[in-house]
Design a protein around this ligand. Structure first.
Ligand code: TXA
Ligand code: MG
Length: 312
């Protein structure tokens, strides 16, 4: 067991986190989407420890986090479309899957694929840590495999205390669902809906995104159908709760647990994983009100379907 430290959002806290990373250690860092479990993406041992700490069943490829587009260009090939997406939406909740090119990262990061998933997070503390560390950070969400993603430092500690060196305390994450993953190309593929609405991406690209992978194009391995799972069974699209159920509402549905009483999808995304955890602690089956399938509602419904699907 490691003594997991909670590091403050101070220059000293950031410097200590960078020192741990440079020594091959693991630090959970806040991003605008969810907390990531970061290790040096060039260090095989650090990356392997990420899989071990999460208890991941397979070596799914991980997202590489860098502070800006210039740093991203050291590891991946950007064509004109990828450049336009990066210039429009970075820093922010968009991950691009691009051909690996340039300086090496650990092959464990890309799980042997010829591509790499790369993103520039907007969170100021993530930015400060990446600049202090000065290298690429591999960072999946900082939760044990198959569990709900963490959006607060206490969530990280609940799942990973004793298995990682530190958590950098950035408070609650603003977006609350993971980044949207896109593989630019013809056609551009949506590999995971997420914190950047698909509509904004389609406006930028000028053509519709195709959902999922194909035989010649990458899919997002690790998109297991049961994922983000609370312990309790989850029922979706519920118009009311049965007497033994805990109800998570959306909009004017009443009840103490509500994704967004005002029906705001941005607020609902930010609350999603926190409310699933709160409901799960009550130990009863969970019923969730319908959430509209537009904007961030697509990412919210994707995570909810995974939370509700049969467990492996
Ligand atoms: O918001 C986020 O993206 C968070 C924060 C911490 O940045 N990170 C995150 O990472 O969600 P993770 O490891 O939980 O999800 C990574 C996803 C997986 O579904 C994986 O299959 C996909 O990215 N992925 C990674 N590399 C890929 C590649 N080369 N080709 C296709 N999919 C890839
Ligand atoms: Mg995850």
């Amino acid at each position: 067991m490691i003594d997991t430290r909670l590091l403050p959002a101070t220059p000293e806290g950031v410097a200590e986190a960078a020192r741990i990373l440079a020594g091959g250690g693991l630090v959970a860092l806040p991003t605008e989407t969810v907390y990531g479990l970061a290790g040096d993406a060039r260090n095989d041992r650090a990356v392997a420890r990420i899989f071990e700490a999460k208890g991941r069943p397979q070596f799914n490829p991980l997202i590489v986090h860098v502070p800006d587009l210039e740093a991203a260009c050291r590891y991946a090939r950007f064509d004109a479309e990828a450049l336009r997406l990066a210039e429009t939406f970075w820093p922010g909740p968009l991950t691009l899957v691009l051909p690996l090119e340039g300086e090496p990262v650990s092959p464990l990061v890309s799980a042997g694929l010829p591509t790499v998933a790369i993103r520039v997070p907007a969170h100021p503390l993530a930015q400060r840590l990446m600049r202090a560390f000065g290298g690429p950070l591999a960072a999946p969400s900082a939760n044990p495999s198959g569990r709900v993603s963490p959006t607060r430092p206490e969530h990280v500690l609940e799942g990973l205390a004793g298995r990682i060196e530190a958590v950098l305390d950035g408070g609650a994450c603003e977006v609350g669902v993971e980044s949207t993953i896109v593989a630019p190309g013809d056609p551009p593929l949506l590999l995971r809906p997420g914190g950047l609405p698909v509509e904004a991406l389609e406006d930028c690209i000028g053509q519709p995104l195709i959902t999922g992978g194909s035989s010649e194009r990458p899919s997002a391995p690790g998109q297991l159908s049961s994922h983000y799972a609370p312990d309790a069974p989850v029922r979706l699209g519920a118009t009311e709760a049965a007497p033994d159920e805990t109800w998570i509402g959306f909009g004017r549905t009443g009840g103490p647990l509500n994704l967004s009483p005002g029906g705001d999808l941005v607020e609902a995304a930010a609350n999603l994983f926190h409310l699933l955890r709160q409901a799960d602690r009550l130990g009863r089956p969970i019923a969730v009100a319908p959430v509209p399938e537009r904007g961030l509602g697509r990412a919210i419904n994707d995570r909810l379907r995974r939370a509700a699907s049969p467990r492996p």
